[in-house]
Design a protein around this ligand. Sequence first.
Ligand code: NAP
Length: 248
Amino acid sequence: MKPILLVTGGSRGIGAATARLAAARGYAVCLSYRSQADAANAVVADIERAGGEAIAVPADVAGEADVLRLFETVDARLGRLSALVNNAGILEQHTTVLNIDAARLQRVLATNVIGSFLCAREAVRRMSTAHGGSGGAIVNVSSMAAKLGSPGEYVDYAASKGAIDAMTIGLAKEVAAEGIRVNAVRPGVIYTDIHASGGEPGRVDRVKGSVPMRRGGTAEEVALAILWLLSDEASYSTGTFIDVSGGR
Ligand code: NAP
C-alpha cells in the first residue's frame, strides 16, 4: 500500500514540486488547487508519465465546505490519508500596515491561517491513533517572513505565517502521543509565481543580494526539506522548523 499525501496548492510552485517529488518517492498524491485547472492537470500528467499516481481536486482551503469535500474525495479515491502538506498560501500587493483594509486581512488570513487549520483538523481526524487512525505527518509551509516581518511589503502575510508557526508548535504537542508529527518549513525567497501577486514578478532577483548565499532558492529545494520532514528519517522530530532560505 502506498502512503497517501495531500498537498494543498499543489498545482504550481512549491506545492507542485512537492507533489512531483513525493510521487517519485512512492506516495499516491492528491494535489488541490483553487482555480487554475490546467496547471493542476499538467502536474498530474507529469506524475503519471513518470509512472506515479496522482489526482487533482479543486477546493478553496478558505471554505470549510470545500475542505470537507476535498478530504472526502481523498478518502474515496485514494484511501486513508497518511501525510498532509499545508502549502496553499497567498499574498497581495506590496503596501504598508497604514494602508491595509479589513477585506484584505480577511482574504489573507482566511487562506493562509484558517485554511491551514481546517486542513490540519481534517488530517488529524483521519490520522490520529485516538480516532482509529494509524498516525501520520503534517508539514506546514510557513515563511521566513514570520521572523522578518516583511515591512513595506506585506506585514499581514508575515503575521499569517507567524500564526502558522504557533499552530505548528501547539498542534505538534496536542497530537504527539497520537502518532502524528507536525513540522514546518520556512522558505526564504524562492522562484515561483507568488511574487507576481505582490506586484513584483522579479522580486527574487532584486533581493537575492541580501541573501547570505547570494541567490534565490528553487521550489525543488523546498520540496526536499518537506519530504524529509514527512519521512521516517524525521521520526523523532515534531514541532520544529527547517529554514530553507540560503541563510537569510
Ligand atoms: P504560488 O506559486 O503562487 O502557488 C500557490 C498555490 O496555492 C497554487 O497552487 C494555488 O492554486 C494555490 N492556492 C492559492 N490560494 C488557494 C486557496 N484559497 N485554496 C486552495 N489553493 C490555493 O505560491 P508558492 O510560492 O509556491 O507558495 C507556496 C507556499 O509557500 C505558500 O504558502 C507561500 O506563502 C509559501 N512561501 C513561498 C515563498 C516564495 O518565495 N515563493 C517564500 C516563503 C513561503 P491556483 O493555481 O489554482 O491559484
